[in-house]
Design a protein around this ligand. Structure first.
Ligand SMILES: [Zn+2]
Length: 320
């Protein structure tokens, strides 16, 4: 079966722990990826600001300068992609994805999670574009010079620098991602650009009241723009309890599909960025269980294909 996933933190894990993509105890590795054909994966270069940060202001303070941190993350990605070139191709365009798929290879794309990872230089966007970054998640869980996260203050949006970044991304051909962004920031993105944008790994706030999730209005806005929303499998975003099951994820999928989202909903599993997944899914290898369950429940093959691959693939053909 085919699979297109919009978000994972596997490169970050490799960078921090020295593990390797081919063989590891992470959610994504060769054995798991090999089950899917075609398989397309966005790998995030993560700002990684776990500590230290300023507890009073919740401003993001990277543990190393952005240039150095970005460089380290990019070096890891390049090293891992090169070491797995026998089954995985680093892609920078829609044509690259098509070529990888036709060659029977997995396709790897790069994103940045947390714009604070952008190197501190005037040509930062050109620099990361040339490095292959094709999507930027504007914020992570802190406030940065670009804007404010949903985890800090929903009423504080993008800074002028952040609004400019959204416009520049549009011109450059880099996709804007609003997952993690505050509600006010979401509005600011809508005002700054007419282009489609994405929420790579967010669920429905109606079903699970978590500030990381999307309101119906936000989902409708993304759908109206023919953007894309990746359903996140992290348990706290699916349910307000400690355990979740596959049907909980399907509830969120159903919510989005029911809002004219059949062509908009995709997967942004958050593998290697989350520690609790629905029972029965321990990583990429188990994603077929979600598809099987949906078919058992009576979803059409076409709907499952759209969710698992076609919607994201078609979107990227349009945007990249
Ligand atoms: Zn995230």
């Amino acid at each position: 079966m085919k699979l297109f996933d919009l978000h994972c933190d596997t490169i970050y894990e490799c960078c921090e722990t020295g593990k390797h993509l081919r063989e590891n105890d992470l959610h994504i590795n060769y054995a798991a990826a090999h089950r899917y054909q075609p398989y397309v994966q966005f790998f995030a270069l993560f700002c990684g600001a776990r500590q230290p940060y300023s507890p009073e202001t919740r401003d993001c303070l990277l543990d190393t300068p952005a240039d150095e941190r970005f460089g380290r993350m990019l070096t890891t990605a390049r090293r891992e992609f090169a070491a797995n070139a026998d089954w995985l191709t680093f892609c920078r365009s829609a044509a690259d994805i098509r070529a990888a798929v036709e060659a029977g290879k997995a396709a790897a794309l790069l994103s940045i999670e947390g714009a604070e990872l952008l190197p501190d230089r005037p040509d930062a966007l050109d620099y990361v574009y040339d490095a292959g970054v094709r999507l930027i998640t504007l914020t992570w869980n802190y406030r940065s010079r670009y804007g404010c996260s949903s985890a800090v203050d929903q009423n504080e949006g993008l800074t002028e620098l952040g609004k400019q970044l959204v416009r520049d991304c549009g011109e450059k051909g880099i996709i804007v991602d609003v997952s993690h962004l505050s509600d006010r920031g979401f509005q600011d993105v809508c005002e700054a650009t007419d282009r489609p944008f994405v929420a790579t790994h967010s669920d429905s706030r109606v079903l699970c009241r978590n500030s990381r999730n999307l309101t119906d209005e936000q989902f409708a806005e993304i759908a109206n723009r023919r953007g894309l929303v990746g359903v996140n499998l992290y348990t706290p975003f699916l349910v307000r309890q400690s355990d979740s099951v596959i049907d909980d994820a399907i509830d969120h999928i159903e919510r989005f599909i029911g809002m004219y989202g059949e062509k908009v909903v995709a997967l942004g599993c958050d593998f290697d960025g989350c520690d609790t997944l629905p029972i029965g899914i321990d990583g990429l290898a188990d994603m077929y269980r979600l598809a099987d369950r949906m078919l058992t429940l009576g979803y059409k093959q076409e709907t499952v294909d759209g969710l698992f691959y076609d919607n994201a693939f078609n979107f990227m053909q349009k945007m990249l």
